[in-house]
Design a binder for this molecule. Sequence first.
Ligand code: ATP
Ligand code: MG
Length: 571
Amino acid sequence: MEEKIWYTTDFIREAVKEDIASGKCTEIRTRFPPEPNGWLHIGHAKAIAVDFTVAAQFNGTCNLRFDDTNPEKEDMSYVEAIKRDVKWLGYDWEDREYFASDYYEYLYDLAIKLIKKGKAYVDDLNDQEMREYRGTAVPDKNNITHTPPGKNSPWRDRSIEENLDLFARMRAGEFADGSKTLRAKIDMTHPNLVMRDPVMYRIRREPHYRTGNEWCIYPMYDFQHPLSDAKEGITHSLCSLEYEIHRPLYDWFITEAEVYPSRQIEFARLNITHTVLSKRWLLQLVRDGHVSGWDDPRMPTIAGLRRRGYTPESIRDFLGRISVSKTDSMVDIQLLEHCLREDLNKRALRAMAVLNPVKLVIENFDESEPVALEAVNNPEDESAGTRTIYFGRELYIERDDFMEVPPPKYHRLYPGSKVRLRYGYIITCTGCVKNEAGDVVEVRCTYEPETKGGNPANGEKIKGTIHWLFADTAVPARVHLYDHLFAPERPMEVEPGKTFLDNLNPSSLTVLDHAFVEPCLSEAEPGQYWQFERTGYFTADPDSTADLPVFNRTVSLRDTWARMEKNKTKS
Ligand code: ATP
Ligand code: MG
């Protein structure tokens, strides 16, 4: 499976080979660098797969590094969640766990080195002024972007001594938040705005979840990241495409700080239809209560996918099928679901559940004891064996498996029709009982005792097979059905005045409170995979109790992706 991811990363592989051939590096080292300010989503899973796979293919190693230099948003609970999710996906960083916050002293020393080289200065401009001095990109009439040169800060030419003194006092807490910054001295006329004297340190009095109140200055990402990579001897720093314009700066800091020359290589971010893959937007969904939490089964987070019933194997399979390239693209969520169905079809144990029950009475069943029947646990895997289920006078079937007046091609129950009960008998519908409101409360049938196992007498053709449960042993359950979290394919494309929240799908969750499941499901646990015959793949939700098991529908059985692919090859 990992192999597949490997074959789609050839531009990275070529770069790595080049560096080995030129003698620049021998042992390949990569890193996955999450900021602990949210839970991982499937976009991160792509980055994880690329980072770990590239390292593994060259017999190298991959570090897990927490890029934790924003005290406002970071938290230990995120660190724990991230570690759990990377492990669950099947990747192992062993003991190579690092924190950028452990490098604060090292980074501070390198900042001093840059000041001493005349490559950094303390600035008194505030945020707003700094932006004005830097300038912005402006499109002309022909929509060609121009970046008029910025101008130097009046504080740019402070002496090295003054800068050293001021920077030490920034650290010592002598200045107010936001009143001073340390900036790299590069070029205020550079066509790439990123290179116009970027900020290296800011003053921020905010306790950090690991360093507490030890620091009141914090390094900025663009300064911290390359130097942390260098500290760990990262040979190839793989990241998403939005960092491409930052690469000259990445290289500048490495060159000027005179540290190990890590090499940054970018690849396209993963985007998937009907969802958003940015921590910022996901955090908003959680904070504003649009979902029940980071692990809501509708979320594209790893924890959400796990709770929904995704397998790590299906996610890795998916990541191997999408290409890793240099151009951004949108992947159809149906491909992810297709990979999931393929995996679940092989491994999920089958069982029966009735989601919208109506009673079915077998009028001619007059045995004193229920009849034991044998049901297959997984037709794709003989070793999964069989189980015993029971049949008696009163059963439950799906409400929509009976119609008093059937439409054409309806092969289920209607007065006079014959169907097969899965693993049971051939039955004939004799009618139904209704309440005063006219709702069907009971379907009536007779059965043919000699058709035990579901084989019709005299080779008769029976078109419909339905699932059912024996009422005496059926276990009440709650079932959650899910649809896309966002109705449109591209939720971030919104009309003026609207936000992505206006694109939320109001019916993304349906709760069925009166479902029934087979007795074997009363002790189902999260992390076990089931197929409820005819209704989809399900997994137990952690909110299940001894009295009421709760099941999440992972995905329905119908594979629209496979059908689309088939139609493509036909036409
Ligand atoms: P946000 O989602 O808010 O933009 P982020 O993606 O920058 O946050 P980080 O914790 O900084 O979150 O990401 C860690 C790594 O994961 C980075 O190297 C980043 O490039 C990569 N990454 C994040 N999102 C995706 C994505 N959708 N596809 C591929 N890689 C991603
Ligand atoms: Mg980031």
